[in-house]
Design a protein around this ligand. Structure first.
Ligand code: GDP
Ligand code: MN
Length: 381
């Protein structure tokens, strides 16, 4: 779950990281009042869950409360990269001398947290990684020992930070690491961390991603989820407890079990196809859930064929078949479908689907090849 900039910065602030004075506003009038409180020279920032808002026109420095109101009026009506702006953050404008990048994230390969820093802050870090990889430095943290102060000094030295800032930088790295640990985050990022005209370090931007699997024990964070800002399909998937990730291919997949879902995607790719999604309907899915899953797949305009791969253990094949039939009645223009049903009540399941114009496959390899062929033809067999 991604957090808005203003929420991320509040969490940073609670961990001792200096942030600009500021407040979030829901209306242009409110934005004007906040700008007045802050003395007029403020930056108006669209709160949307994507990066690169600056380039997209979602961030603007203004000189007066009136201008802040005007800018807020414009921003509150707009979409940034497809997402609606419902809030603006009004921050006291900072005098930016230089911009640093700083983040803590998981290094899955090394199985531990990694702190990443760069003197090339303010810009897209992926871009820096591509064009100037030597400008990015990393230190890994032993999760049992925790972050050590020498590691922050090591980072400071490696990015060429002037010594007078090392102490303060160390406190910020410590604060960011603590934020990351205390919120079960998978990412805590400050970009840019700036050196201001009055020689202070200040977190101007904040981004956090909280591990969804930890939200059960972070109810105060779970409440921060902004439903308006999520891909509608993924929101719908969560409502039915489906694991769904949209991808760019043409073969929609409906599978039970994450491992089987990944294997299905691999086999599709092995035969030269591209999956349109990852979808795990989970164990014991009833007809309702199957219908919801099926609807998700069919709403994806990229889908040219559907591969249903069910191993019936706890999930019963006849339940799955019923769900598919229900969903097919609701959606128009069904693409061709290939189904592989194996396990509990498989005969009954196949029997139900026999009249539904589906291609029944004998193995996963067979199913993948048939789905690929049908997706290319765009016609039912
Ligand atoms: P992003 O584009 O979504 O990453 O949004 P940021 O909050 O990082 O803002 C983009 C850029 O706007 C920053 O890198 C800064 O260069 C600039 N910026 C943001 N706030 C201020 C400010 O208070 N003063 C100045 N001078 N520049 C700012
Ligand atoms: Mn930024």
């Amino acid at each position: 779950m991604k957090l808005h900039e203003y929420r991320s910065k509040q969490l940073f602030s609670q961990h001792g990281i200096p942030i600009p004075r500021g407040r979030v506003a829901m209306t242009a009038q409110e934005a004007k009042v906040v700008a007045q409180e802050l003395g007029g020279r403020v930056v108006v920032k669209a709160q949307v869950l994507v990066g690169g808002r600056g380039k997209a026109g979602g961030i603007r420095l203004v000189d007066s409360p009136e201008e802040a109101e005007e800018m807020a009026t414009r921003v509150l009506g707009m979409h940034v990269r497809g997402l609606p702006v419902n809030r603006v953050l009004i921050d006291e404008a900072a005098d930016v001398q230089s911009e640093i990048y700083l983040s803590v994230t998981n290094d899955r390969g090394r199985r531990c947290p990694v702190i990443i820093a760069s003197a090339e802050g303010g810009v897209d870090i992926e871009e820096v990684a591509k064009t100037m990889p030597e400008k990015i430095v990393r230190v890994h943290v032993d999760p049992l020992l925790g972050m050590r102060q020498y590691q922050a000094r090591q980072l400071a030295a490696s990015i060429g930070l002037s010594r007078e800032y090392w102490q303060e930088f160390g406190n910020i790295v410590r604060g960011l690491y603590d934020t990351y640990v205390n919120t079960d985050a998978t990412l805590a990022e400050i970009n840019p961390l700036v050196i201001s005209g009055d020689q202070r370090l200040l977190a101007l931007d904040g981004k956090m991603i909280i591990d969804d699997n930890a939200l059960y024990r972070r109810p105060e964070l779970a409440e921060m989820r902004d439903l308006d800002e999520e891909e509608p399909a993924e929101r719908e998937a969560r409502r039915f407890s489906l694991s769904y990730v949209k991808l760019d291919g043409s073969i929609g997949c409906m599978v039970n079990g994450a491992g089987l879902a990944m294997a299905t995607m691999d086999v599709i790719k092995l035969y030269g196809g591209e999956p349109a999604n990852f979808l795990d309907i989970g164990g014991g899915a009833g007809a309702d859930k199957v219908a919801a899953a099926f609807n998700l797949i069919l709403k994806d305009e990229g889908v040219r064929a559907v591969l249903i791969n069910i191993f019936g253990g706890i999930t019963r094949c006849d339940e799955v078949a019923r769900g598919i039939l229900t969903a097919m009645q609701e959606v128009e223009g069904n693409p061709p479908m290939v189904v592989r049903l194996v396990g509990t009540n498989e005969e009954e399941g196949r029997h139900l689907l026999r009249n539904a114009d589906m291609v029944v496959a004998t193995s996963l390899g067979d199913a993948a090849q048939k789905a690929i062929q049908l997706s290319a033809e765009g016609l039912p067999a």
